[in-house]
Design a protein around this ligand. Structure first.
Ligand code: FUB
Ligand code: ZN
Length: 648
């Protein structure tokens, strides 16, 4: 089945062009250490490597084409692989011989750096192959190879390049020979899930069962050997592969109990959602209900108790981890960009198992808010951590907030997020629909022209809209197939009503699992019009979220909004939004590449008091509040920001 979704949306075309014309060339320059930028540490920790990327140089050294030693994190290779994956999607959208040439050079280089037996990891190739697979808690060997396999599959699918797939299969075969239940193989797994995603993608493209079996092995073994990492570390004398990381609690690695018994999202947030993505893919691929139940439990826990309103996840910098239900601190949280992206991956796989609008709702929330906030409007500055409240002075002076940056750096010592964003945005076309032989579901209202080739024929769907700003969409469905095709239209959580017309006639509808199902007869064209009632919404958190009690967040459509001091004056903590204030939405083409802003009435505590404490209560002055979409914050210099505002 070959499907094509061509995104025409103005909003997304700008971002996707930015990836092609700015991000990919810029990231290439960074990976080659010729960007002339300052790389920032993601927090105050002098052990974080920040002199250079050296990622391409590591490959050259491993391939014997340059002299020197490895520099950077043990997972530095993955920056190159994610870049290559972004290039693959970009070429899929639009061929570009220059870019293709660079990608082919990278593929050749990776192939040269690969060991004859298929093993691929510049860290150990340079520093001591005899130590490979011997300290998996921190080595990231399988993580990196997982990213390469993902990139290879994407590149092969986009261009038909066989060489890259051959390198990927050699990697996977090497892993298969070394890991498994059989005597003599390693009964363990990587400290960071990712290989599972790569192996499943490789299985989808090759249909070679052994890759499916290996992915299943990793997912079912995890947590069965809580001492595995410590046992490996006890006898390891090789190069420093984040030595000491195995002393993190077992939960950090989702290694505290077998995955099938895990009911809450524990530990490092990116790892959790990467694990869940693979679990859900495996469940969708095999139809295994028990696996789906595990995914449902973890999904439920994350999205109903541990997710920020922006779709960010990870409540603490310590271990970049989840903490406990309802612990969602706005100004010390983690909300790593990669974690929001991982949640989007997880949602997409959940939709493959069962189309439920709640999965697409979360996907959309994370996409338009936390993930997009991870990059500046220029595509060349990135957040690792996406706070919901920032005071730049505190970020500078309070050591517990050094990870909470008020301005996006040009690059980061740990650069997992920037190329992850590039591949996410470049592959957005894969997220708009869930396509099956028996039904197609519209998950995201993104203007696009699509053609789905099913065994019964083809279905063309065209979305014509100005989303995410507008409140209507036209959808033309042309069913050129032998059978009727149900098309599911998501009823988004942010709509207070929805009017539907088919071929000019208003239509009643029923909602099932959050979708309106329209049966499009064979050889028929339907012209739909959907008008959403998009009101500005005030959101309130569960009172168990102590940080948000008495506060309100403002949203419209998929966007969560925030205040910035550049619009509202300093000391945002003094501002309150009036309960009875009318909130007005206005399109402002002048700022932030054009955004819808929200204005309302509030009051501000007068700050005339000098005493630290006094018996005099506050006095207030009326003020106007101006909210901008959260994704666009920190694009106008250093400045305070706040999502949850007191309401009175
Ligand atoms: O460990 C690889 C990546 O680096 C993780 O996914 C991020 O959280 C960062 O720690
Ligand atoms: Zn990241």
């Amino acid at each position: 089945m070959k499907n094509k979704v061509k995104i025409t949306s103005q909003f997304w075309s700008r971002y996707r062009n930015l990836v092609r014309t700015e991000m990919i060339p810029y990231q290439w320059a960074v990976l080659n250490d010729v960007a002339g930028i300052k790389i920032e540490r993601e927090r105050n920790d002098s052990s974080i490597p920040n002199e250079k990327s050296h990622a391409i140089e590591n490959f050259k050294i491993a391939a014997g084409k340059a002299k020197g030693t490895h520099y950077g994190w043990t997972f530095q290779d993955s920056d190159v692989y994610k870049w290559l994956e972004a290039v693959a999607y970009s070429l899929r959208e639009k061929m570009d011989p220059e870019l293709e040439k660079k990608a082919l050079e990278v593929i050749d280089l990776v192939a040269e750096a690969q060991e004859p037996d298929g093993y691929l990891d510049t860290f150990y190739s340079i520093l001591g192959l005899e130590w490979r697979y011997k300290r998996l808690a921190g080595s990231h060997e399988l993580y990196c190879m997982g990213h390469f396999i993902e990139a290879a599959v994407a590149y092969y699918e986009a261009t038909g390049n066989e060489k890259v797939l051959t390198v990927a299969k050699k990697c996977a075969d090497n892993i298969y020979e070394n890991f498994g239940l059989e005597e003599g193989k390693i009964h363990g797994y990587d400290g960071h899930e990712e290989i599972e995603i790569g192996l499943l993608r490789l299985y989808h493209v090759t249909t070679n069962e052994k890759y499916l079996e290996l992915a299943k092995f990793f997912l079912t073994e995890r947590g069965k050997h809580p001492n595995f990492f410590k046992e490996q570390a006890a006898v390891y004398e090789g190069p420093n592969a984040l030595n000491g990381i195995e002393d993190m609690p077992d939960t950090y690695f989702q290694n505290h109990e077998p995955v099938k018994n895990q009911t809450t999202a524990e530990g490092h947030a990116v790892r959790v959602v990467y694990m869940c993505t693979a679990l859900a893919d495996l469940a969708a691929t095999t139809g295994d209900k028990e696996l789906y139940d595990i995914c449902k439990r973890l999904w439920e826990n994350i999205t109903s108790k541990r997710m920020f309103i922006t779709g960010g996840i990870g409540s603490t910098v310590i271990g970049e981890s989840f903490t406990l239900d309802y612990d969602l601190p706005n100004d010390t949280m983690y909300c790593e960009t990669c974690a929001a992206i991982g949640l989007i991956f997880f949602a997409r796989q959940m939709l493959r198992i069962k189309p439920k609008a709640e999965y697409a709702d979360v996907m959309e929330r994370a996409l338009y808010n936390c993930a997009l906030a991870g990059m500046a409007l220029d595509g060349k500055h990135f957040f690792y951590v996406n706070p919901l409240e920032v005071n730049p002075l505190k970020s500078k002076m309070d050591p517990t907030k050094s990870h909470v940056k008020p301005v996006r750096p040009s690059w980061l010592g740990c650069a997992c997020c920037p190329p992850n964003l590039a591949r996410m945005v470049a592959s957005l076309d894969d997220y708009v629909y869930t396509v099956g032989e028996d039904a197609i579901y519209v998950n995201l209202y993104v203007a696009s022209e699509s053609c789905f080739e099913l065994s019964s024929g083809s279905i063309n769907i065209e979305q014509d809209n100005e989303f995410p700003w507008d409140d209507k969409t036209k959808i033309k469905i042309n069913n050129i197939s032998l059978k009727n095709m149900p098309v599911g239209l998501r009823y988004p959580y942010w709509a207070d009503g929805l009017e539907l017309s088919i071929n000019g006639k208003t239509q009643d509808y029923e909602i099932k699992a959050g979708y309106i199902l329209i049966d499009v007869p064979a050889y028929t064209e339907f012209n739909l019009e959907l008008s959403f009632d998009v009101k500005i919404r005030r959101y309130y958190a569960n009172p168990a979220v102590s940080d948000d009690v008495g506060k309100v967040a403002v949203g419209r459509g998929p966007f969560i909004y925030c205040l910035e001091s550049v619009d509202n004056g300093e000391m945002l903590q003094c501002i309150e939004l009036l309960k009875d204030s009318k909130l007005e939405y206005k399109w402002n083409p002048e700022i932030l590449n054009g955004v819808g802003i929200i204005e309302g009435n509030g009051k501000r505590i007068n700050t005339t008091k000098d005493e630290l404490y006094s018996v005099t209560s506050y006095s207030y002055t009326d003020t106007k509040l101006k909210f901008i979409p959260y994704y666009a914050w920190a694009n106008r210099g250093e400045n305070e920001m706040m999502v949850w505002v007191r309401e009175s």
